[in-house]
Design a protein around this ligand. Structure first.
Ligand SMILES: C[S@@+](CC[C@H](N)C(=O)[O-])C[C@H]1O[C@@H](n2cnc3c(N)ncnc32)[C@H](O)[C@@H]1O
Length: 188
């Protein structure tokens, strides 16, 4: 099972009709569409990506799934976007996803960076409601990927010390390839 499928399993168990959810790296819109389907027309999904092309792809996927109406799409850096969403959506999100790295098949130089990722994760803490789920996938094989993953892991230790539960999933791979990692953190 791919880590992205595991994320969708967690979302299926977590999200109910009417819930709020946020995708901090919308990409091609796979996670946003799963979220929007689960929360239904009474819910709200906010999907953010720094690239216009990613938001366009997300819009197309949501529309094809018949769930664009419950989605709000933002072309923005997630650190700034999540911080500004705190005034309206603090403590309301049932799930927030981060799928770090770059958009497959696109410009690999546009990738998530530790500073903005950590800024967005801090704001995500404010946006999540109690018992809300934070799901983060990091890819460690590309330039900068391992550094970012290490900083995210260190940050997750600090939320674990504050009482959150944090677990990780890593597939077993052959050879020298460094596998991606999924962290699943639940706010207390
Ligand atoms: C691995 S892809 C996400 C895949 C997506 N979850 C999906 O379901 O298709 C990572 C995305 O992060 C976006 N990204 C990179 N830096 C960002 C930033 N600072 N703020 C928001 N999005 C960013 C990239 O444009 C890219 O689309």
């Amino acid at each position: 099972m791919q880590l992205t499928d595991l994320v969708h399993d967690y979302l299926s168990q977590q999200l109910k009709p009417g819930d709020h959810a946020l995708d901090a790296t919308a990409g091609n819109g796979y996670d946003s569409t799963v979220m929007a389907t689960l929360v239904g027309p009474a819910g709200r999904v906010i999907a953010i990506d720094i690239q216009q092309a990613a938001i366009a792809a997300t819009r197309t996927r949501l529309e094809a799934a018949g769930c664009l109406a419950q989605a709000e799409l933002l072309v923005a850096n997630h650190a700034q976007a999540l911080a500004s969403l705190c005034s309206k959506y603090a403590q309301t999100m049932s799930a927030i996803t981060f799928n770090l790295g770059y958009l497959p098949g696109s410009d690999k130089s546009i990738q998530t960076e530790p500073e903005s990722t950590l800024g967005a994760l801090r704001a995500a803490c404010e946006l999540l409601k109690s018992d809300g789920l934070l799901l983060v996938i990091a890819y460690r094989g590309h330039d900068g990927g391992q550094t970012e993953a290490t900083q995210v892991a260190n940050w997750l230790q600090t939320v674990q010390q504050r009482g959150w539960t944090v677990e990780s999933h890593e597939p077993i791979v052959t050879g020298s390839r460094v596998p991606p990692i999924l962290w699943v953190a639940r706010k207390t």
